[in-house]
Design a protein around this ligand. Structure first.
Ligand code: SF4
Length: 297
């Protein structure tokens, strides 16, 4: 299906104008951090940063994968910064977050995929901000369970891993990733008792029956929280938008997802993995109690 290159009105995001926005930007710069908000050109920066929320991206800003939808820089990473976990924790404290979302680039160049830095970051935040709930948006660690268990042993409150798209489009869009592997990441975390979360982009070439099938596959591994958002093309070199999904259709997918058992669904054109994550975590009673009460070791 072809589409109009001009974005529809429902995709216009708020402009970054507030004092709080500038404070978040200064804090990110001062602590020498990367954010997925900037690296992925997220359209919600005006809104999220004005609310004092940013999603820190650890392990550098160069990704070893080259997914055709993603704006994050691809190449051979050089950063391995053991001081990063403390700076991330410091930033979470300065932002006063009740719920922190941390993500990373894929680091297939590292033996443990960066899992030890992930674990150190979770523990540093827990130590510095014991009342902050922690959501980790992780890569698939190439399907290896050892690094995944290193992350889970650090007891995040929510394990988020994006399936991103329907099974047919995995290879053209995610290249190195695999649909069943992503489902197995979610399944393993659920089997260990964690709250799990995933997300899909719509409007990237999928058919409606494929969306329904994907949502059912994700529910088959008992995933709790779902985000659905419109794919936006970061540059002409990235895969093109196939269609603009209307706000009404997003509402229909939300109703369908809730009907098949998801606990919380955030669905809308500008929804991204970390959008309104704090509100989603509150639905699970997080944000004010330690991880031991919510996840098994
Ligand atoms: S939705 Fe997530 S990535 Fe986008 S600006 Fe908000 S916190 Fe950052």
């Amino acid at each position: 299906m072809s589409t109009d290159n001009r974005k529809p009105s429902w995709l216009r995001a708020k402009l970054p104008t507030s004092q709080r926005y500038r404070e978040v930007r200064d804090m990110v710069d001062t602590n020498n951090l990367h954010t997925v908000c900037q690296s992925a050109q997220c359209p919600n920066m005006g809104e999220c940063w004005s609310r004092g929320t940013a999603t820190v991206m650890i392990l550098g800003n160069v990704c070893t994968r080259s997914c055709t939808f993603c704006a994050v820089q691809t190449g051979r990473p050089t950063e391995y910064d053991l001081g990063e976990p403390a700076r991330v924790a410091d930033s979470v404290a300065k932002m006063g977050l009740k719920h922190a979302v941390i993500t990373s680039v894929a680091r297939d160049d590292l033996k443990d995929g960066g899992a030890s830095v992930w674990a150190a970051t979770i523990r540093a935040i827990r130590h510095k901000c014991p009342n902050t709930s922690i959501e980790v948006l992780i890569p698939d660690f190439r399907g290896h369970l050892d690094p995944l268990d290193i992350v889970l042993d650090a007891k995040p409150d929510i394990l988020n891993h994006n399936v991103e798209t329907v099974e047919r489009l995995q290879r053209p869009i995610r290249k190195t990733a695999q649909y069943k592997r992503s489902l197995s990441v979610l399944n393993h975390a659920k089997q260990r008792g964690f709250v799990t979360k995933t997300g899909l982009m719509l409007g990237i070439g999928e058919q409606k029956d494929e969306i329904a099938k994907t949502l059912q596959d994700i529910r088959s591994v008992d995933c709790d929280i779902l985000t659905l958002g419109q794919y936006l093309q970061p540059s002409p070199q990235h895969v093109a938008v196939d269609r603009w999904v209307t706000p009404e259709e997003f509402e229909e997918w939300k109703a369908f997802s809730l009907s098949i058992g998801f606990g919380v669904v955030e669905s809308g054109p500008l929804v991204r993995s970390s959008y309104h994550a704090e509100e989603q975590s509150e639905a699970y009673g997080l944000g004010s109690k330690p991880a031991e009460e919510t996840a098994s070791a």
